[in-house]
Design a protein around this ligand. Sequence first.
Ligand SMILES: *[C@@H]1O[C@H](CO)[C@@H](O)[C@H](O)[C@H]1NC(C)=O
Ligand SMILES: *[C@@H]1O[C@H](CO)[C@@H](O)[C@H](O)[C@H]1NC(C)=O
Ligand SMILES: *[C@@H]1O[C@H](CO)[C@@H](O)[C@H](O)[C@H]1NC(C)=O
Ligand SMILES: *[C@@H]1O[C@H](CO)[C@@H](O)[C@H](O)[C@H]1NC(C)=O
Length: 370
Amino acid sequence: MDKFKILLFVLIVATCGAALAITDGLLPNGNFEVGPKPSQLKGSVITAQNAIPNWTISGFVEYIKSGQKQGDMLLVVPEGAYAVRLGNEASIRQKVKLVKGMFYSLTFSAARTCAQEEKLNVTVTPTTEKSDWGVFPIQTMYGSEGWDSYACGFRADYPEVEITIHNTGVEEDPACGPLIDSVALKTLYPPRRTRANMLKNGNFEEGPYVLPNTSWGVLLPPHIEDAHSPLPGWIVESLKAVKYIDSEHFFIPEGKRAIELVAGKESAIAQQVITQIGKVYVLSFTVGDANNSCEGSMAVEAFAGRDTVKVEYLSKGKGGFVRSKLRFKAVSTRTRIMFLSTFYSMKSDNSGSLCGPVIDDVKLLSVRYP
Ligand SMILES: *[C@@H]1O[C@H](CO)[C@@H](O)[C@H](O)[C@H]1NC(C)=O
Ligand SMILES: *[C@@H]1O[C@H](CO)[C@@H](O)[C@H](O)[C@H]1NC(C)=O
Ligand SMILES: *[C@@H]1O[C@H](CO)[C@@H](O)[C@H](O)[C@H]1NC(C)=O
Ligand SMILES: *[C@@H]1O[C@H](CO)[C@@H](O)[C@H](O)[C@H]1NC(C)=O
């Protein structure tokens, strides 16, 4: 712990004032395309802390070129030609200038290489809260391509923060660790309830940055430690992640973004809403598939407090949706709206990757004359 603090101090002195305010998208050199000088590399291992422009590294970090081989495994990079690989207890960090008090989401891509259970600890410092970090387990593959993208949310408590991605893994082989690429930030605007919808962000249009050159969506991990969701208004309330998908790469029922429930009953999203006891409400939503070869019988269970409806959907994996409704009488001043997928689904492309039904266009309205 003391070691960590000392390192941080040195870093602040070294890079203070270097960062400029961000716009949505990749961080400066966020895809690691600008690499170390040949003199700062020993094979693929980076030998100097500031060898990658705009980043500071610590520990065993490798600079990986797309197509590089590891044993008989070909390492492919999702964006551009380079990525970094974090060995045991290694980290990369960058300082960014943000607007104090605003909300942001961080998106990055990661791929597992040799270790079975790789975990990344993402931290934003300093913060006024007790902790603002999240651990991203990357042992389960969701994407067919070996890479997955992840997002987390945070509030900038200071005008300049440092973002750290740290491999917490302790493997026998110190080089064993995940590949990291495409680190991006996006400003989140907290959505409001409107007269047309008592739910916030019911169509999921507000959410994390989706890397334009990636076709596998963004995983939103369950937020046990993280108070700030990268999906404003919603909580990922389950053991496993849900996937944020975009209309550039998937079939989306409404607008440009939707949620794919990729881990059966283990992945759910929820939102708490203020209701009047005795009043009747209608929850409407769509259930469909993302045109991603996710075929078969699907079912989404929607909950509004104690009331529930199960919507069945037979997917051909080619995109489509059905509309559904749940009418309920509120029994509490707060009603929890929740969606989960009843079954587990796998893509029919032999990739073994998890997939599931898509939900979108969620609306809640009170019924004046029930
Ligand atoms: C990123 O690094 C480059 C090269 O060192 C430098 O010119 C640029 O100012 C840096 N950008 C930021 C935002 O610090
Ligand atoms: C993640 O990093 C933070 C900050 O260094 C630390 O307090 C926390 O214990 C770490 N969590 C894990 C699980 O390593
Ligand atoms: C995405 O890919 C295109 C074509 O390969 C490339 O021109 C573009 O720079 C890439 N975008 C990013 C953000 O890397
Ligand atoms: C599904 O994807 C295929 C190929 O990518 C495309 O041709 C087709 O139009 C898409 N279908 C829908 C409903 O978006």
